[in-house]
Ligand binder design. Structure first.
Ligand SMILES: [Zn+2]
Length: 252
């Protein structure tokens, strides 16, 4: 027999994660309702966390800790992220957010690398190693990317006395990016750097058939670099348009 209580039971049953069954109606009260609400919330947060951990398209979100001004960074599955307020330049914030959420497509991110030819996984700029965010941003020796990285190095040292060292492995490169992004201060120059590199690699918005797309549904800008005509207008200064006087747009 259908009832509002039966409908609620169906909703809970159909959730993508396990929650306790509804208590008998006669046991329903403020205390049992609150307990059930807390259990559903906790299960939902754990499901979100575990789902992201399993997505190969978002390696920068794996194990992330949210920085806090009043204490050490914490694991927080759902919250308004620090970069949404810390990064005040809209273009930089957009570039960073899209990178974190897997909206750019990297050749070297696949669930099973053995299913693909090695050539189809390597960096489209240098061809040296797998094209992952860690390689592209922190290890690739493409001249324009190196120039943008030098600007990041200078900004980190001048503002925070942080030395940007060349990571010795792809894993270290990913960790280094996470350290710089998940920090309330260094995220600002890091977002500017990401913006600069993405402009130079503007095919990131294009998905090839073999690419991972689990976290990036098709969108209107899937055939472009993801930024509209006003992309250049939101920067702090004109320095974002060029690196050392080089036009960063490359047609491939
Ligand atoms: Zn490369």
């Amino acid at each position: 027999m259908s009832s509002w209580y039966g409908d609620l039971a169906i909703v809970l049953r159909d959730l993508p994660f396990s929650v306790p069954a509804l208590p008998p109606l006669r046991e329903l009260n403020a205390v049992t309702c609150k307990a059930l609400q807390d259990q559903v919330t906790m299960a939902m947060k754990n499901w979100v966390w575990d789902s992201i951990q399993q997505m190969v398209s978002v390696p920068l979100l794996h194990g992330r800790l949210e920085p806090r001004k009043d204490g050490p960074s914490q694991r927080i599955p759902l919250c308004q992220r620090h970069y949404l307020s810390a990064v005040t330049v809209a273009d930089h914030r957009l570039a960073l957010t899209r990178l974190l959420c897997g909206s750019y497509h990297f050749r070297g991110l696949h669930t099973n690398l053995a299913d693909h030819l090695p050539f189809d996984l390597v960096c489209r700029k240098c061809g040296v190693e797998r094209e992952t965010p860690g390689h592209v941003f922190m290890r690739c020796l493409d001249p324009q990317t190196v120039a943008a990285r030098q600007l990041l190095h200078d900004a980190l040292y001048q503002q925070f006395r942080v030395l940007l060292l060349y990571p010795l492995s792809l894993a270290n490169a990913t960790l280094l990016m996470q350290q710089l992004i998940f920090d309330c201060a260094t995220v600002v120059p890091m977002a500017r750097f990401i913006y600069r590199v993405i402009r130079a690699w503007h095919w990131f918005g294009r998905r090839l058939p073999t690419m991972v797309s689990e976290g990036a549904p098709d969108s209107d800008d899937s055939l472009g670099d993801g930024f509209g005509p006003g992309f250049r207008s939101g920067t702090e200064d004109a320095s974002d348009l060029d690196v050392d006087g080089i036009d960063m747009w490359i047609d491939m």
